[in-house]
Design a protein around this ligand. Structure first.
Ligand SMILES: Nc1ncnc2c1ncn2[C@@H]1O[C@H](COP(=O)(O)OP(=O)(O)O)[C@@H](O)[C@H]1O
Ligand code: SF4
Ligand SMILES: [Mg+2]
Length: 380
């Protein structure tokens, strides 16, 4: 039986951003060159992993970044934290352009931007004690907190819900959830202002995912740290993020405050992702309307993405214009402030239940023809 992730309902209504912009990303692009040819190897193409991403993260806010595997979420996270050099575009952190900053120039802000990785097994050095791992960032940055590093590590262990006495244990002595707590403690060690958490619970058992999400939520709120929370699952992000951005094939196709994205999504892809989230009701108030969209088929190759709108090969609303003109990410009529959608033929703001499944893969649709025939549903 499939276990569902059980999380408490969001406590407060999501509000728009209140703080100052902390991180501003504009036209962010990362293309990985692909080499080939014999006898002389040369660049024959490029994986367009991230292709013109604009986003802003405000001080102390939790920002969710969602999309299917391979859409460029991790690359975006690594670019933001400057673990990777962008091909083009700008990254501005607290008003400073850090897109091309050297190691030395980055040093003063290195401690302010931290990353939590997906895999709590490979991201911790198995030969180091927990104390050493958590103190690592303090050592590298030459930081000596009042009371000493060991004391600080004990405090951090307590903050993340681990026993401070386990200071001298090794990672293998902890469970997956506890290891991810160690990863969180290490990220907190330098009192960061921004944490990029790349699918921090995806590798964990469903039963402990909620505990780690709750811990992250607690530190985000209590310590006022801005989070970019990356997930492939809208369910996880929903409980954590005030604002949510949806990525598809290297681009952000919709972004807005949580309530807009979950209750009034306009992009067909956001609809499809939401319909895969069992607990989400797409109507405000009333009875839950379970829209069923089966997002079948593979994401096209980022080596040669479709022209125009990149979602058009899987979109049931696609028309000629979608192949020739790339839809800009803008506030379309009917959207709340700050809710941007990149689509020529967006969904209505109010969503009605569909009588039939929409099958997004023509091959699958052809197979199923006769049993449950589906026509593309067009809205005027
Ligand atoms: N170092 C790399 N070299 C070449 N291609 C890469 C590299 N890292 C990621 N990619 C490709 O870039 C695309 C986006 O990857 P990634 O950012 O990891 O996506 P996600 O985190 O959303 O699953 C994928 O097609 C992936 O294969
Ligand atoms: S622009 Fe066209 S193909 Fe792209 S999501 Fe909108 S309707 Fe679908
Ligand atoms: Mg990833």
């Amino acid at each position: 039986m499939k276990e569902d992730l059980v999380l408490p309902a969001p406590a407060e209504k999501s509000t728009g951003p209140e703080g100052e912009p902390l991180l501003q990303v504009s036209g962010l692009t990362k293309h990985f060159p692909v080499k080939g040819g014999f006898p002389i190897r040369r660049t024959i193409g490029a994986v367009q992993a991230v292709d013109g991403v604009d986003l802003t993260v405000y001080e102390g806010e939790s920002f969710g970044l969602v999309g299917e595997s391979g859409c460029g979420k991790s690359t975006t996270g690594r670019l933001i934290t400057r673990l990777m050099e962008p091909t083009s575009g700008t990254i501005t952190y607290r008003g400073r352009d850090i897109s091309r900053a050297t190691r030395r120039q980055l040093a003063p802000i290195r401690s302010e931007i931290q990353m939590i990785f997906q895999d709590p097994y490979s991201s911790l050095n198995p030969r180091q004690t927990v104390g050493k791992i958590i103190a690592g960032p303090m050592e590298i940055n030459g930081i000596n907190p009042a009371g000493g590093r060991e004391n600080r590590v004990r405090e951090l262990l307590e903050t993340v819900g681990l026993n401070p006495e386990h200071y001298n244990r090794f990672p293998h002595e902890f469970s997956g959830g506890q290891r991810q707590r160690i990863g969180v403690a290490r990220a907190l060690a330098l009192e960061p202002k921004l944490i990029v958490a790349d699918e921090p619970v995806s590798a964990l058992d469903v039963s402990i995912q909620a505990q780690v999400v709750n811990l992250l939520q607690k530190v985000q709120r209590e310590l006022g740290i801005a989070f970019v929370f990356i997930a492939h699952d809208l369910a996880v992000v929903r409980h954590f993020s005030q604002r949510v951005a949806v990525m598809y094939l290297g681009k952000i196709i919709e972004v807005g405050d949580r309530d807009s994205i979950y209750a009034r999504p306009r992009h067909p892809y956001t609809h499809a992702l939401l319909s895969a989230v069992p607990e989400v009701s797409l109507t405000e108030g009333g009875a839950p309307s379970r829209e069923r969209i089966r997002l079948a088929g593979d994401v096209p190759s980022p080596l040669s993405p479709p022209s125009g709108c990149r979602f058009r090969t899987r979109c049931w609303k696609a028309q000629d214009k979608c192949a020739t003109e790339e839809p800009p990410l803008v506030q379309i009529p009917g959207n709340h402030d700050g809710h941007l959608t990149a689509c020529h033929f967006p969904e209505e703001p109010t969503i009605e239940a569909r009588d039939e499944d929409i099958i997004l893969d023509p091959a699958l649709a052809a197979l199923e023809e006769g049993t449950s025939r589906t026509e593309p549903t067009e809205k005027p």
